[in-house]
Design a protein around this ligand. Structure first.
Ligand SMILES: Cc1ncc(COP(=O)(O)O)c(C=O)c1O
Length: 418
């Protein structure tokens, strides 16, 4: 007899970007030309010194277990590099290395949450926050991010959470923000910090896009000494160093918290592969020039995509303050076509044309608050971005195809329940 799955496994909702990625790859294998703007992956190659160091480390036999908290020289390089970038002093003992950034959501929740605890999440939100909170039996409390505030977290939501929640314990912050591109200001973070200082509240500061700010500046809670005592900030090599497939990231937190989270690493992944840490070390020391050129190119791609979205009837697009995502408001278009935003995304991929498709995500893949928006990842050549947007412009005029799609998938009609 097949054993029954846990309630958690049965209810688990995964990151839709990976599901759409798999669908796009299936369509490509069948011969469809797909503009792939669905997943937040870099279109650039891993920088050259990182690649060479990884290969050299494998050849040198650096292919065994390593310390759970990370290789000590790599932790020191991280402390030195990030400390210089943020203008603060970081000790190597405050660094924990692991396999990408996502795993730190799990470690953070395991380190701080007990069943029933309240966790404030600004929404739209990264889709793996809820399952990681649920793993600990804690409760996610949602606060909407508003376009009128450029999708910046509102300290007033924190005040309400602290005042009303029966057991407030943690806050998830993500700036620059996926999917909206919002960037929290120093004033936002300071105001939030003043509310939670001296309280038993842990702050998870998810900062994978800190080198992609197009307007204003990146501010980390680590830059506020008191707030730093209750913050776990996490970073990844996936975005700025185009190393998503290497699976490498790190967190900065006070020593005791880092030691507690290193136990989570010890009891799950054991360690990040040492030869991959060697590649990361080289990236930080030697590839910053290549990284900066790639970041500047990303900024150009974001502006290009937005320019090509502007003027499409029913679409409102503004340049995001950070990240490589465009998050246009398509509420007017969806209302006109009678289709939900993720329905529109799947229509563009599967049904708008027999030989061409555009892969992107509906905002609701990031929580209900994202309904009525699309997320495009600017992860393609400039030519792909321009062609993808002209395909989009054309595809939304093919009303017969839209009607046929909605006949077949009525749950994507506006007003239909899922
Ligand atoms: C906000 C946010 N957090 C975490 C991650 C996960 O990063 P990684 O792939 O390095 O684990 C991503 C990746 O898209 C992200 O956008």
């Amino acid at each position: 007899m097949e054993p029954g799955l846990s309630h958690f496994a049965q209810g688990l909702r995964t990151e839709t970007a990976f599901d759409v990625l798999a669908l796009a790859k299936r369509l490509i294998a069948r011969g469809k030309q797909v503009f792939e703007l669905q997943i937040g992956d870099s279109p650039f190659d891993t920088p050259s010194n990182a690649k060479a160091a990884g290969i050299a480390a494998i050849k040198a036999g650096d292919t065994h277990y390593g310390p759970s908290a990370g290789v000590s020289t790599f932790r020191a390089t991280i402390a030195q590099t990030l400390g210089a970038e943020l203008g603060i002093s970081i000790d190597a003992e405050e660094v924990l290395v692991a396999n990408g950034a996502k795993i730190f959501e799990t470690f953070f929740c395991e380190a701080f949450l007990n069943p029933g605890d309240g966790v404030l999440v600004f929404s739209p939100h990264f889709p793996t926050y809820p399952p990681n909170i649920a793993r600990r039996g804690a409760r996610m409390v949602v606060a909407p991010l508003r376009a009128e505030r450029q999708f910046r977290p509102d300290p007033e939501d924190v005040r309400r959470f602290l005042a009303n929640d029966p057991s407030p314990k943690a806050i998830f912050l993500n700036s620059p923000h996926n999917p909206t591109g919002g960037v929290a200001t120093s004033g936002d973070i300071q105001a939030i910090g003043q509310m939670i200082e001296e309280k038993d509240i842990a702050l998870f500061s998810d900062e994978p896009y800190y080198q992609m700010v197009w307007e204003g500046a990146h501010v980390s809670p680590l830059q506020f000494p008191k707030l730093r005592e209750q913050t776990v900030a996490c970073y990844t090599f996936s975005k700025s160093y185009s190393m998503s497939g290497w699976r490498l990231g790190f967190s900065i937190a006070p020593r005791k918290i880092t030691q507690a989270m290193a136990k989570m690493a010890n009891t799950t992944t054991s360690c990040a592969p040492p030869f991959i840490q060697a590649a990361g070390d080289a990236a930080l020391r030697l590839d910053q020039g290549e990284r900066d050129r790639q970041m500047a190119a990303f900024g150009g791609k974001v502006r290009l995509l937005i320019q090509n979205l502007q003027g499409i009837p029913g679409v409102e697009a503004v340049v995001p303050h950070g990240t490589f995502y465009a998050f246009p408001d398509v509420r007017a278009l969806c209302t006109r076509l009678g289709i939900k935003s993720h329905g529109l995304a799947l229509y563009l991929l599967e049904a708008a044309d027999d030989s061409i498709g555009l892969a992107c995500l509906g905002g609701e893949c990031f929580g209900e608050a994202g309904q009525g928006f699309l997320r495009f990842s600017c992860a393609g050549s400039d030519e792909v971005l321009v062609n993808a947007m002209s395909f989009f412009r054309e595809a939304i005029t093919r009303t017969e195809r839209i009607d046929a799609f909605l006949q077949e998938r009525p749950h994507f009609r506006i007003g239909a329940t899922n």
